[in-house]
Design a protein around this ligand. Structure first.
Ligand code: UDP
Ligand code: MG
Length: 316
């Protein structure tokens, strides 16, 4: 962070193995930001890349005083890399969060700025079309937003929204107060609140390189979203238990009546087995749900820092 003049705007870019797109990204972000005319910096966060990403960042930093570089000590994952970048953003007025792979077009930034200048604290880019993503991915994403909307309670997640957004300095400062380890950023953004507006755009396919996501990661992200956002699933145990006990009570009453009036022909081994296995399964599932929450409590109580910075080269 420069002691003398701080830029009005910061652009935060988490990067993991992005050597293929980074030069093109830098060209386009520079063009977009210069067009705006305000002072700005671009904070590149190297999230433990194993390719030439860091060397590229250092070269860009040497060539352009508006570039800052935060090098993390290893790969921490996108959410934490993004947080590291936000922590190091020197901006006085607003910060823009954008992916390096050009799926979030830098050309949308002027529209985000225009929305912010109308008095909104948060202008989030909302996908109107998803190119290059399979039908199944779109369908599951849609289902996920539905579930979250049901479970979310007071905090509502905007649909079809990623991390691509502009935040005023005060909403950034509010966000930076949330230091939990399990960082479901969309949930954290929504939790902060403040007047927000959606800016629609067309999401492009990745310009180059490969996505670091797969189904297992997406599933885990959904789990993260649900468990760090709501204790709703814990209630399932209560109600399921209640329903099962009620059914069991009715069954027992029926059994008693039958035995009293008609005697006991001793059958029912299969139904007994079925009931035992069913209840065993339900109990294990519920233990699993409780375990998901307990694991998160465990991780939070360790109170570790979110990330370790290997090197920070501020913009000037
Ligand atoms: N990213 C990161 N750390 C990671 C994975 C990804 O900083 O461990 C960055 C990546 O370089 C990119 C952004 O996060 O700028 C989004 O990643 P990606 O395009 O793989 O995700 P998707 O667009 O599929 O959500
Ligand atoms: Mg991407």
């Amino acid at each position: 962070m420069s002691e003398t003049v701080r830029p009005m705007l910061s652009v935060v870019v988490p990067c993991y193995n992005e050597e293929e797109v980074l030069p093109e990204f830098h060209r386009r972000i520079t063009a977009a930001m210069e067009g705006i005319g305000a002072s700005y910096e671009v904070v590149y966060v190297n999230d433990g890349s194993r390719d030439g990403t860091m060397a590229l960042m250092l070269a860009m930093q040497a060539a352009d005083r508006r570039v800052a570089v935060v090098n993390l000590s290893r790969n921490f994952g996108k959410e934490i890399a993004l947080t590291a970048g936000l922590d190091h953003a020197a901006c006085t007025d607003a910060v823009i969060v954008i992916d390096a792979d050009l799926q979030d077009p830098p050309e949308v930034i002027p529209e985000l700025i225009a929305a912010w200048q109308q008095g909104y604290d948060v202008a989030y880019a909302q996908r109107s079309v998803r190119h290059g993503e399979s039908f199944i991915k779109r369908a599951t994403a849609h289902a996920f937003y539905r579930v979250m909307q049901r479970l979310g309670g007071k905090v509502q997640l905007p649909r079809d929204t990623g991390d691509f957004r502009l935040m005023s300095r005060r909403s950034l400062d509010a966000l930076l107060q949330l230091r939990e380890q399990h960082r479901f950023m969309k949930g954290l953004f929504a939790w902060v609140g403040y007047p927000s507006i959606a800016v629609p755009y067309e999401r492009a396919p990745r310009a180059a390189g490969t996505t670091k996501w797969n189904w297992w990661k997406l599933w885990n992200l959904s789990l993260e979203g649900i468990t760090s956002f709501t204790v709703g699933p814990l209630k399932i145990a209560t109600y399921l238990g209640l329903v099962v006990s009620l059914l069991a009570a009715i069954y027992l009453a029926q059994l008693l009546v039958r035995t009293i009036f008609f005697g006991n022909p001793v059958a029912g081994y299969p139904s007994l087995m079925a009931a035992v296995l069913f209840l065993g399964g339900v109990q294990m599932m519920m233990l699993g749900i409780i375990g998901e929450y307990l694991g998160r409590v465990f991780n939070e109580t360790k109170g570790r820092p979110l990330y370790i910075v290997e090197r920070h080269l501020p913009s000037a």
